[in-house]
Design a protein around this ligand. Structure first.
Ligand SMILES: [Zn+2]
Length: 127
């Protein structure tokens, strides 16, 4: 029998996301407590296309992270922010993910990241 590998990329990714989601849940619960909110209906997160967070993993581990907390019934909504960059050669703005980092105007692969590395709590909706 071969023991299951714990260093497969999928596992590492999930563990990384899980610890981040647990941290988010802790932050939101604290915020709710400070504001006298007892139940949170919805949590909205913004995740940039270029962030190291994978939205699917976040969704997958959310039920796990809220288990046993006051947020067990909280709905999770994720907004994806586009990964935009500006070409250092011609100044054009374009989506880095869709264009694989290559400027559609001049074909140079040298862009400065403008947005898309975000990972933040956008909104907390109380019941
Ligand atoms: Zn360009």
């Amino acid at each position: 029998m071969v023991p299951p590998s714990i260093v497969s990329t999928g596992e590492v990714g999930s563990l990384h996301e899980l610890s981040v989601v647990i941290e988010v849940v802790r932050t939101v619960e604290e915020f709710a407590r400070e504001n006298g909110v007892t139940r949170i209906d919805k949590l909205v997160l913004q995740i940039g296309e270029l962030s190291s967070m994978i939205p699917q993993y976040i969704e997958d581990c959310f039920p796990c992270a809220v288990d046993g907390t006051s947020m067990v019934d909280t709905k999770l909504e994720i907004e994806i922010l586009p990964g935009n960059g500006r070409c250092r050669s011609c100044g054009a703005m374009f989506n880095l993910v869709a264009n694989k980092g290559i400027c559609p105007e001049c074909g140079v692969k040298d862009a400065e990241v403008i947005s898309g590395k975000e990972f933040m709590i956008k909104e907390i909706v109380a019941c």
